[in-house]
Design a protein. Structure first.
Length: 390
């Protein structure tokens, strides 16, 4: 019987501490690994520094590093200097670089996941070292990796347009959703949670980092105008850490005199987030740019009507289930908020369509498509049919 192929997963951006670093890429890594199924022909080794990983994963062996790889400099050092040695030590046959970057020195086939190119489109939100490294890493991945995974068609098109990625070497594998994001089944328990947390009865919700790319200042203005136009009783709840240039949001709130109607909830742990979606009357996400857009998917999965922008990958995520507006069109955003908040028949239609759309996304499916790609790349490598430049 042939021995299984050894798959190495660079999971150094995994964070299980339950803080803001547990979102985004860490969320993707966590769920992908959790849903990879044991197989007789594949054997996994997880490269990471997260000390609590064994409490969460039963799949594969752990290769723990003592370096603080949550810090960019330490992670870059591990990826480029230590990783080639670790791959050889663990006798890895295929590397999956789960966040943009593979090692410069590598003699085995490898795959890289690319989430978005925000470091190029919004360079101000990245420190110089991180931005330069990501730009170099993606360029190298396009040139040298055997295959790339993009989390949306938008990201794939971006890779082709900006880096000249060969389309046949980029596979789109969508993210999934956690099973916890579902409509509330115990309304009494939700009401008790709402009361305990002081969450208002009528609420419009936003989830995401408070930064210019998320378009929160325009959301605040549209919310204020929607309240005045339709006498909405709703509060606006903003969930997420404060990023860069958040002072603009504070200025808009002061100008529009809506401070008493806006709730800054800050970072919310994943186990509480479904309750916020379930308690909201409407979820609004007018982001300017997303590689995928997890919050609208989570909101739809909870049965909450969604208003979002028609930019980047977001139309792929919401399909025909949400009201979509141009992210720069404040009047259209205001109108969409009013309609979704006041038209009951429309809200019911959006909720039903949202549940159907959310059901199309699954971590099980994402993991299955990823393992299929592992086998394809391994088979191509054994045949000598490889596009990578070592």
């Amino acid at each position: 019987m042939n021995s299984p192929h050894r798959i190495g997963l660079n999971a150094h951006l995994l964070n299980l501490a339950g803080n803001y670093r547990s979102a985004g890429i860490s969320w993707y890594i966590y769920h992908l690994i959790r849903h990879l199924e044991p197989a007789s022909d594949l054997q996994y080794t997880l490269f990471l520094s997260e000390p609590h990983a064994r409490e969460h994963f039963i799949l594969g062996a752990l290769a723990l590093s003592r370096l603080p790889t949550h810090k960019p400099i330490a992670r870059i050092f591990w990826e480029q200097i230590i990783q080639p040695l670790a791959l050889r030590r663990e006798r890895i046959d295929l590397l999956h670089a789960l966040a943009f970057a593979g090692p410069k020195i590598i003699t085995i086939p490898w795959i890289a996941t690319i989430y978005d190119l925000s470091f190029m489109r919004y360079p101000q939100s990245f420190n110089t070292l991180n931005r330069l490294y990501l730009t170099w890493a993606v360029r190298e991945s396009v040139r040298r990796a055997n295959h790339l995974i993009a989390i949306s068609e938008w990201t794939k098109r971006d890779l082709i347009a900006r880096f000249g990625a060969p389309p046949e070497r980029v596979s789109v594998i969508y993210c999934g959703k956690d099973a916890a994001f579902a409509p509330a089944t115990d309304r009494a328990a939700l009401a008790a949670w709402r009361s305990a947390r002081g969450v208002p009865e009528k609420m419009i919700l936003f989830v995401g980092t408070i930064e210019p790319r998320k378009n929160v200042a325009r959301l605040a203005r549209a919310f204020a105008r929607a309240k005045r136009a339709a006498r909405l009783p709703h509060k606006l709840a903003l969930i997420g850490a404060r990023g860069w240039k958040y002072a603009e949001i504070d200025a808009v709130i002061a100008q529009e005199e809506i401070a008493h109607d806006v709730i800054f909830a800050g970072y919310v742990p994943p186990d509480e987030l479904p309750c916020w979606y379930q308690a909201a009357d409407l979820f609004v996400y007018p982001s300017l740019y997303e590689g995928f857009g997890m919050p609208p998917l989570e909101a739809m999965a909870c049965g909450t009507p969604v208003v979002t922008s028609n930019a980047s990958s977001l139309p792929e995520v919401v399909g025909d289930a949400a009201l979509q507006v141009a992210p720069e069109d404040e009047a259209a955003l205001t109108d969409a908020i009013v309609r979704a908040a006041t038209e009951r028949a429309l809200r019911e239609q959006m909720s039903a369509r949202g549940l159907a759309q959310a059901a199309k996304f699954s971590w099980t499916r994402a993991a299955r498509e990823t393992t299929t790609l592992y086998r394809t790349v391994i088979a191509e490598s054994l045949r000598g049919d490889t596009h990578a430049t070592q």
